[in-house]
Design a protein around this ligand. Structure first.
Ligand SMILES: Cc1cc2nc3c(=O)[nH]c(=O)nc-3n(C[C@H](O)[C@H](O)[C@H](O)COP(=O)(O)O)c2cc1C
Length: 199
């Protein structure tokens, strides 16, 4: 089968692309607004893109009104955010924070989550998340209704037992959730195996 994306609606293109380019990692992102209210939302158009300097990128689409989502708006204001990685245990809470709430209302209210101060950015992090990356905005590229936010990673927080002293992963202790077919499918990453590379 062949699909000509130019003849499809944005919603149809999203359904196809978001379902086949999988599994994707999920960035669960906290930001703060001008009053210090903590905003949290997940983004699976996300990945790491380099280590020198350490950069990540994620892509919040605009709202239907063509205005930026709160996450993009807050980053445009303060230039700071925290990316958390999500495990299956945190899946429900992560999805709960994807609710569309009025600007200034925290998605974390009522959820069994704790926020603690970050060290290099003013945006708090979620302590239950196994990994938290303190980031500043490097740049934002606007392409149609998409915003590609590129961030510099300054500090990595990892729960005890995930990384050793040298930063090597302890494989049995980290199972981030994968985003699968749109809109609501996920995969666990408990079944991992190794394929050594040629010399
Ligand atoms: C697992 C998951 C992944 C998501 N990924 C994205 C994404 O990559 N880009 C996007 O614009 N919205 C994505 N969303 C929807 C946003 O989380 C949702 O629009 C949210 O309300 C945005 O919050 P904000 O306005 O506080 O920034 C995703 C939702 C879920 C549940």
């Amino acid at each position: 089968m062949t699909f000509d994306l130019e003849s499809l609606t944005p919603g149809e293109r999203y359904r196809i692309l978001a379902s086949i380019v999988t599994p994707r990692p999920i960035a669960w992102i906290t930001t703060t607004d001008e009053k210090g209210t903590i905003n949290a939302a997940p983004f699976s158009f996300f990945n790491v893109f380099g280590s020198n300097p350490p950069i990540i990128a994620f892509a919040p689409g605009n709202k239907d009104s063509e205005t930026p989502k709160d996450t993009a708006r807050n980053i445009r204001r303060s230039g700071e955010f925290v990316v958390h990685m999500v495990t299956a245990e945190l899946g429900q809470a992560m999805v709960d924070t994807s609710a569309t709430l009025p600007h200034g209302t925290s998605e974390l209210t009522g959820l069994p989550l704790t926020t603690v101060p970050s060290e290099k950015v003013a945006v708090p992090r979620i302590s239950e998340a196994p990994i938290a990356l303190e980031c500043t905005e490097h740049s934002t590229i606007e392409i149609g209704s998409n915003r590609l936010i590129i961030g510099l990673v300054h500090l990595v927080h990892a729960h005890e037992g995930i990384l050793d002293e040298k930063g090597y992963l302890q494989h049995d202790s980290y199972h981030p959730l994968g985003r699968m077919a749109a809109p609501d499918w996920y995969s666990r990453t408990t079944d991992q195996f190794e394929i050594p590379r040629p010399d």
